[in-house]
Design a protein around this ligand. Structure first.
Ligand code: SAM
Length: 305
């Protein structure tokens, strides 16, 4: 369990939260803290929740920033609305991870969604999110369409017979409990759960600092899906530039939905967003050359098997 040095008390009496995810590579980020709400081990990981002066309430697991109130809208809107508006008629959605509830809140804004199953390994994160992150999950946990399963996502995906239109893997990074969620086996099990026209989207890190996370996921997807790749968003507290979201689907049309169709679906959805727009949706699949190279190399390697 890492993140021991995540809270630093300075001689001037100030307290700073230090993200240690990239410290081994010589990079650390610090935020001045106005209040420490929680700092302890859960059965699975170390959970820290603090109020910061610059980016609001922040949740960290094992020294890695998970979500902040200041910029959560970017990640949650792009992880929810891109696949849901691309599919256009999603009724059954599965979230693996997502314990803070921010992604669930965005998914449940879609009237087409009839059932949202969320499989989270750590009940403490949910308990905490209910009490200290209500401004983020806004009652999502009490929505009649919401079903919570406390389990390892790997076991759920391997054993359930349920079928989904969209699967969203909102996990920690591939260390500790999140490691299994980056395996070929798990991605294969997720594909088995998808309905026709189904879409799998996964958290795949920040390519500039974590290229291996994207490469391994896209390599798996290239073996499993007709259409494998990623789309991008910029989340300020996920340091290092673009955040990549892995994309896997057997229906290539999901990625190629015309702008006017996306605009019509967005207008009909009544969604009010701060990051997502239909134009941003389309642009998110246009990859800078260094990320395109990671994706294309991974696809070639994946298809060579
Ligand atoms: N958006 C964040 C990110 O990109 O880093 C992730 C946020 S969410 C809080 C991550 C959740 O994944 C945590 O609540 C963690 O407990 C959960 N998780 C990690 N490994 C898991 C597993 N094997 N099965 C289910 N949930 C898992």
């Amino acid at each position: 369990m890492s993140g021991k040095e995540s809270l630093i008390r300075r001689p001037d009496g100030t307290i700073w939260y230090r993200e240690t995810l990239h410290e081994k590579d010589g990079l650390a980020t610090e935020y001045r803290v106005s209040q420490v709400l929680f700092d302890s081990a859960t059965p699975h990981q170390r959970l820290i929740v603090v109020d910061t002066d610059r980016i609001g309430r922040l949740v960290a697991l094992d020294g890695a920033t998970q979500v902040t109130m200041g910029d959560e809208f970017v990640y949650h809107e792009m992880m929810a609305h891109v696949p849901l508006l691309a599919n256009g008629a999603a009724e059954d959605v599965l979230i693996i991870g997502g314990g803070d509830g921010g992604l669930a809140e965005e998914v449940l804004k879609h009237q087409s969604v009839k059932r949202l199953v969320m499989v989270e390994i750590d009940a403490s994160v949910i308990d905490f999110a209910r009490t200290h992150l209500a401004a983020l999950n806004r009652g999502a946990f009490d929505d009649p369409r919401f079903e919570l399963v406390i389990s390892d996502g790997k076991d759920y995906a391997a054993s359930t017979s349920a079928a989904f239109d969209v699967i969203l893997v909102d996990s920690t990074d591939p260390v500790g409990p999140g490691e299994v969620l980056f395996t070929r086996q798990f991605h294969g099990d997720c594909r088995r759960l998808l309905k026709p026209r189904g879409i799998l989207v996964t958290q795949t890190g920040v390519p500039f600092l974590q290229p291996a996370e994207l490469a391994s996921t896209v390599g798996n997807f290239a073996q499993l899906f007709a259409d494998a790749g990623c789309y991008l968003a910029v989340v300020p507290s996920y340091v290092g530039g673009f955040m990549a979201l892995g994309w896997g689907s057997d229906d290539r049309a999901n990625r190629a939905v015309a702008l006017d169709v996306l605009e019509a679906r967005f207008a009909a959805s009544g969604l009010a967003t701060r990051y997502y727009t239909p134009a941003v949706h389309q642009a998110a699949f246009a990859l800078p050359a260094f990320i395109e190279e990671i994706v294309e190399q991974a696809k070639r390697a994946g298809r060579r098997g």
